[in-house]
Ligand binder design. Structure first.
Ligand SMILES: *Cc1c(COP(=O)(O)O)cnc(C)c1O
Length: 225
């Protein structure tokens, strides 16, 4: 095993141990899915992670995700979690199995136009807890139900839950508690939106405590760049 692979293995093991401890402490639901965020790292690292058993990788940019997914074996599920650009939607849909960052109806409509040509990815709807900050992606909590009800049917049928990034301005645990509450509210009208994508290197334990089903972890495993 190369030095890099040993390093990735040790980091991965340590994150797995922390995930399992947080999950045991929560005491309910299924173990969260760990998405290893490979953005800014080469495809060779994703290949080493694959050899270590990783099957879910996350990317923020269409071009990078498209290139890496083409280089690697096809049984990796690629997750797109970056800001969506309208003109990249057909490309994103060609490689991403899951899109975590849907937050505009115009984008949902573009995905919907592809539905008779390919299998659409699954979608998380990104929630923005700082709606006054428009440079951040996400739907404002007060707009969420209306947003869901306006989704084209083909996209709605593939929508599995909510995603958030904890804002700097509040405690991560507080942010996750709010989004978990929104998720409960949403599920009374939309019972299929059961998943919660929240938690990154700095805060995934708090996210798991508040019911995360998917966590997105980069630097704790790959290092920082
Ligand atoms: C980069 C990124 C991550 C991973 O962040 P780390 O702090 O490196 O674990 C997760 N989610 C999103 C949306 C990101 O942009």
């Amino acid at each position: 095993m190369s030095e890099r692979q040993s390093e990735l293995q040790a980091n991965l093991e340590s994150v797995h141990n922390r995930v399992h401890a947080a999950f045991r402490a929560r005491g309910s639901g299924d173990a969260p899915t760990l998405i290893v965020v490979t953005k800014n790292f080469p495809a060779s690292d994703a290949q080493l992670l694959y050899e270590l058993g990783v099957r879910d990788c996350g990317e923020n940019r269409d071009q990078e995700g498209s290139e890496k997914s083409a280089l690697l074996t096809s049984d990796i599920r690629w997750h797109f979690q970056g800001q969506i650009q309208g003109r990249k939607i057909a490309s994103i849909a060609s490689w991403a199995a899951v899109v975590h960052s849907l937050d505009q109806l115009s984008h949902a409509e573009k995905f919907a136009t592809l539905a008779d040509r390919l299998e659409l990815p699954e979608f998380f709807l990104q929630v923005n807890l700082e709606p006054e900050r428009t440079d951040r992606g996400g739907v404002a909590p007060s707009d969420l139900l209306r947003f869901i009800e306006s989704l084209p049917q083909s996209v709605y049928g593939k929508t599995i839950g909510l995603m958030t990034v904890a804002p700097q301005s509040m405690q991560a645990a507080q942010a996750f508690e709010i989004v978990a509450g929104l998720s409960t509210q949403v599920r009374t009208a939309h019972p299929t939106l059961t998943c919660l994508s929240m938690g990154m290197s700095g805060d995934f334990e708090a996210a798991i405590a508040h019911g995360a089903t998917h966590i997105r972890v980069g630097s704790s495993i790959l290092g920082s760049r």
